[in-house]
Each structure stands twice: as structure tokens, then as C-alpha cells.
Design a protein around this ligand. Sequence first.
Ligand code: NDP
Length: 435
Amino acid sequence: MAEAAKTVHSPLVTYLSMISLLTLCPPFVVLLWYTMVHADGSILRSLDYLRLNGLQGFLSIFPRPSLIACQIIAAFAVFEAALQLLLPGKTVKGPISPAGNQPVYKANGMAAYFITLITYIGLWWFGIFNPTIVYNHLGEIYSALIIGSFVFCILLYIKGHLAPSSTDSGSSGNVIIDFYWGMELYPRIGKHFDIKVFTNCRFGMMSWAVLSVTYCIKQYEQNGKVSDSMLVNTLLMLIYVTKFFWWEAGYWNTMDIAHDRAGFYICWGCLVWVPSVYTSPGMYLVGHPVNLGSQLALSIFFAGILCIYINYDCDRQRQEFRRTNGKCLVWGKAPSKIVATYATTSGETKNSLLLTSGWWGLSRHFHYVPEILGAFFWTVPALFTHFLPYFYVIFLTILLFDRAKRDDDRCKTKYGKYWKTYCDKVPYRIIPGIY
Ligand code: NDP
């Protein structure tokens, strides 16, 4: 990953973007929360406030991490870590790493997901814990996460230097790149506790589901009912996260896990950015209960489901194709493919298959189209009074267009002439016929 950081963009752009993200993301999370919860979702109102009150004004709205916020985060993190370690699950092997290692995982994500949601809703139902407490302390929770996750990334950096878990680790020789992109590909505590599975899946993605439910319950407790816009948003986000956990073992074959090292970009992103930015359309709807009417609500809901399904099917198709070594049907026919040869960092030569039919024959990253549209459909129930709920969709579009370029560059380096053949056969990067 550090390699990708050095080659995809010029060094100036690379350093500027890393330093900007390191410094701007934390205050952005606080401003997003403040605008959603205390400024009616209006960017103009927040900007006005900042213009009038300056830095001092910003510092006074920056919530301090409170004891209750730390307790909520600690309880959630310990609960999820315990489920990850203790629940039974099938043993699954990840892809062969650049250094030739093959990580082994326990696939118990779906069970952890259901236990988490049932426990959370059960605690509310039986009057033991009210999720509105989470919403009421959201600012403090985000600020505790911002600081705590920064410390966590420093510890990961130190671990990468002093006690790496595998040979898939190393320094780029630059402290900012190492901290930002990470040192280790598969850091673990002991033999079994995989840190990236925890940060990305069991904390990040799980918090997305838990916070979606929280927003829904908060609106219910505030207004005595849940608006149809909130229902569509919550259900679509929950279906998306359910799809994620259904397919979690497949996720362990993707760029986040198989190529991106554990540093600020991935780990801070999953610990802070996912619970705040990814859930933000729901956060907005709490105080903006739009009524869509059943026809519009259902149309948006089914369009969203279709996008989530197509996104899932793209991932499933690629993984089924790789798992069966190309001996499967793609859209009812034998797949068309390229047999590509590449060398691992230890100099071993290996073969890999590239699918060139089905979704993967439309464009090289077609799966990003339904991913972005799905996010649009769970945001559009907010209608168009404010721009801010759409921040996630716009951020996601930029992220995925950048990711497609990073992935193409990495694959070009890995597969050389075979990748060129793939690009000749499937010329579009994301949108068929356009880009
Ligand atoms: P994937 O890892 O699924 O796909 C890219 C990898 O697949 C490449 O690095 C290459 O790896 C392999 N590959 C590329 N082309 C082919 C081909 N034609 N046939 C077979 N294998 C191929 O991509 P992502 O990790 O980006 O996406 C995974 C999922 O996560 C998607 O659903 C995406 O939408 C979602 N996602 C969501 C994000 C969010 O923030 N909401 C962010 C990023 C992704 P190899 O080296 O093995 O050949």
C-alpha cells in the first residue's frame, strides 16, 4: 500500500493529501455532527457561526470525551471483540499475500451481527438501556473516537516496527507514509485476534448498523412515530450491512484487507469515519422527519434493494469465479477469462484468473456503480432541502473513483501485459461507454 501511495500520484500530491486528511478529517467529523444535530443540517448556518466566532467558537463546540461516551465505546468494543474471539465459525483462508503468506480467519461475522442487533434492541425493549443515550452523547462519542483511534494508530505504528505479526510488513522509510498507510498487512494480537477484522468489520461496519437503529429509535422516542423516510433509510442501510456480514469472508479478499495496510487510512477511517460520515444521512433524518407517502417510499426502497443486490452479485460473481478456478457459470455461460501470471515479492511465480464476462466484462470496476447508487437511494428520502445528507454519496463517489485508479495501477504493476490484455478487452474503468 505504501508502494501504491508512492506511485499512483506525484509525491507532492501524495504528501499534501495525506497531511490534509490527517489534519482535516477530525475537525470535519465534529462539524458534521454539529451541523446535523445543532444547526438544522444547514452548512450555511454552521459557516455563519464559524465566521462570527472563529477558532474559539469551533473549540467551544468541540465536545470533550465524557466518561459516559468512553464507557459506551468500551462496552461496545469489548462486546464485539469477545464475539469475534469466542463465537464459533468456519475456518476460511484469505488470499495469498504479496509476501506469499495466507492468513486464516474464523467466519463468524453473521452470528456476531445478529447477536449485536438482538442484544441492542432487546436492551431497549426491556428498558435496560435506551439507545437515545447514544444519540444524546454522540458528539462526545465522536470526539472520544477521534482521539482514541489516533492513539490506536500510533500503537499500530509502534507494533509494526517492534513486533510485526507476519512478514507482510515493513517501513517505507518515511514516518508519515508509515503512519498514514500503515506498516502491517495482517496485524494480530496473539495468533487469532485479527486487528483489521476488528476495526473494519466488527467495530466499523457493526457501528453503522447499531447507529442506524439508534437514529430510528431516537426519532420514534422524540415524535412518537417513525417517518417513512427514516424507515426507508434505516432498512436500506441495514440491508446493506446485512449483505456485508453475509459476505464478510469475501470482504477478506478485497483491497481493504488484502492490499491496504493497517494505518490511519484504513483503521482510523473504519473506527471514526464509518460511524460518523457513513451513518450521517440517518443522523440528519432524526430531526427532519420527511413524509414521502407510501408510493414514493416503496419506489425508493425497491430501487435501493436492487442496487444493493447488483453490488452483491458483482462481488459474488468474481469470488465464485476465483473459488472454482473459473469452472462456474457466469450469466448462464462458461466465463471468458484471462490466465495471468505474476511474481510474489519473494520471487515465486503464481497464476491468477481475470474474469472478462458478466459484470466484470461491462467495466473493470462496474460494482462501484450500484454501490454509489445504493447510497444515493438511502439518502434521497431526505429530499433536497439541505445538501449535507448527500455528503456521504459525494465522498463515496470520489473515494471509489480514486480507488479504481489505485487498483488499476496496482493490477498493472502486478499483472503487466496480462492487465493490458484485460484493458483492451474491457476498456472502461467504471461506467460502461463513458469512463
Ligand atoms: P475488489 O477487491 O472486490 O476488487 C478488486 C480486486 O479484484 C483487484 O485488486 C484484483 O485483485 C481483483 N480483480 C480485478 N479485476 C478482476 C477480474 N476481472 N477478475 C477477477 N479478479 C479481479 O474491490 P473493492 O475492495 O474495491 O470492492 C469490494 C466491495 O466493497 C465492493 O462491493 C465495493 O463496492 C465495496 N466498497 C465499499 C466502500 C465503501 O466505503 N462503502 C469502499 C470500497 C469498496 P487480485 O490482486 O486478487 O487480482
